[in-house]
Design a protein around this ligand. Structure first.
Ligand code: 5AD
Ligand code: SF4
Length: 459
């Protein structure tokens, strides 16, 4: 299917001018993953294109956009709390418009709740409707009624949406949208729809623009980057796409997330090993170290096949670091299952581990499974896992001391005279000395505290 090319809605721009009678300001707040952050940057971009300025405080805004996440229940509660707090702003400023979008609003129950209990929310739109926002604003301003359509699944890919990036040196670049995996705990396939890949020419064009504009750290995004290319007319897969992007000259690094272990290939590891720009870091979420739980999660790989790939990568790319997501307390997880997760974590030695207590999501298969592990037990398990992880990070960072690393400088830190930067695996490095933000610097590592490394700038 050919992508749609974004076009500015001039009638909406005109209606906004008339409604506010001056330059209005937008405040966009994004919750959730990098994909959501990137959507937020596009939402702001579209609004700037319509004549909005950008403000950093809700109180100064004429339009507030909450771009939400649905992946865990407590995140949803938090968003509802935050929307509730907007009521007083609306009372103070009747011209204020409030829009809610993102993964939460792809669920009909959420739109119903907003309709009924949050009368000051004016506009709702979904994850794949950013280009439609100007039309919704126009509808709101013309009819003076709330615009809260039922969520729909839209498969179009829309290219050339204006974007206002949060950073001038780190950028997200989506290569595909949606997810077809239906892991039994996960809401994403229901809220982001089926997998769709962008054409490689569109990705390459955006990539080159970023490199030309001086971006140093470009993260390719997708719910499952390893299935990139499925359904496209061209003969391409993720490794081939990486090889293509790796040819672009310049002083930048390429990262990608997220990989699904069932689709991550040995060839991908080879591609990383042979590349100029791809960071030696692999985020490969395992979720559990028990084959029974993996099966109940519908993950479609085994602990053995996962470890085989990790061992291959460790051999092929000796300085690679690893990170993972783990869900603790999935329905039916026994102490024995959990011990297998502990063993796996000890074996892989991840540099970063993102641990979550299982959160029941309505509409998913796991929500129908009996879950009789008490919350306290789950909390104990996650604490045990975090303690193991802390030990591993200490061990790994101690080994790095005395080596020189390349960091992307993020600017002055909280302490006077101390700057921060990031390694290509996203670890934070603090160092003394002044180095230009958004440029690479060489740092000699001298000490480590938890996951934060410290060192000195090498001139
Ligand atoms: N409960 C807890 N964690 C979840 N994740 C996704 N769905 C759930 C859920 N229902 C975690 C997974 C995923 C990460 C982004 O969030 O570990 O990899
Ligand atoms: Fe991202 Fe998933 Fe949250 Fe949507 S539900 S914002 S895809 S983490």
């Amino acid at each position: 299917m050919e992508p749609i090319r974004f076009q500015k809605n001039e009638a909406a721009a005109q209606a906004i001018q008339t409604y506010y009678g001056r330059r209005p300001y937008v405040f966009t707040r994004s919750f959730g993953c990098q994909q959501s952050v990137n959507d937020g940057e596009k939402i702001t971009g579209v609004l700037v294109d319509l004549g909005f300025g950008v403000c950093e405080e809700e109180e100064q805004a004429d339009l507030i956009v909450f771009n939400t996440c649905a992946v865990r229940e407590h995140a949803e509660h938090r968003v509802f709390g935050n929307i509730g707090a907007l009521k007083t702003l609306k009372e103070k400023n009747p011209h204020l418009l409030i829009a809610v979008c993102g993964c939460m609003t792809q669920q009909e129950s959420v739109v119903e709740k907003l309709k009924k209990s949050y009368p000051y929310v004016d506009i709702v739109f979904g994850t794949n409707g950013i280009d439609l926002l100007p039309g919704l604003i126009l509808e709101k301003l013309t009819d003076r009624k709330r615009v809260l359509p039922k969520p729909v699944e839209r498969r179009d890919i829309v290219e050339e949406i204006p974007i206002r990036r949060d950073s001038s040196y780190r950028a997200f670049l989506p290569i595909m949208y949606g997810c077809d995996n239906f892991c039994s705990y996960c809401i994403v396939p229901y809220v982001r729809g089926r997998e769709r890949s962008r054409k490689s020419a569109d990705i390459l064009a955006e990539f080159c623009q970023l490199v030309d504009a001086g971006y140093k750290d470009i993260t390719l995004l997708g719910q499952n980057v390893n299935s990139y290319g499925k359904g496209l007319d061209e003969e391409i897969d993720f490794s081939r796409l990486l090889q293509m992007l790796d040819q672009i000259p310049g002083d930048h690094r390429i990262r990608f997330m997220t990989s699904h272990p069932k689709d991550a290939t040995y060839q991908l590891v080879d591609t990383i090993a042979q590349s100029q720009h791809i960071s030696h870091h692999f985020h490969l979420p395992v979720q559990s170290g028990s084959n029974e739980i993996l099966q109940k999660m519908n993950r479609k790989y085994t602990v053995e096949s996962y470890l085989d790939l990790i061992h291959y990568a460790k051999e092929r790319v000796p300085d690679m670091t690893y990170s993972s997501d783990i869900i603790v307390g999935f329905p039916g997880e026994t102490e024995e299952d959990f011990r297998r997760t502990e063993a796996l974590v000890r074996e892989v030695e991840y540099m970063q581990l993102f641990t979550f207590i299982y959160s029941k999501r309505g509409g998913t298969v796991a929500a129908t499974l009996p879950d009789d592990t008490p919350h306290k037990e789950k909390a104990d398990r996650i604490a045990r896992l975090i303690a193991i992880q802390d030990e591993i990070v200490d061990k790994l960072t101690q080994k790095m001391l005395g080596t020189t690393v390349k960091v992307l400088v993020e600017g002055p830190g909280r302490k006077e005279g101390v700057f921060t930067g990031r390694l290509d695996n996203n670890m934070v490095v603090e160092f003394e000395g002044d180095a230009p933000e958004g440029q690479f610097a060489q740092i000699l590592l001298t000490s480590a505290k938890g996951a934060v490394l410290k060192g000195n700038l090498i001139k």
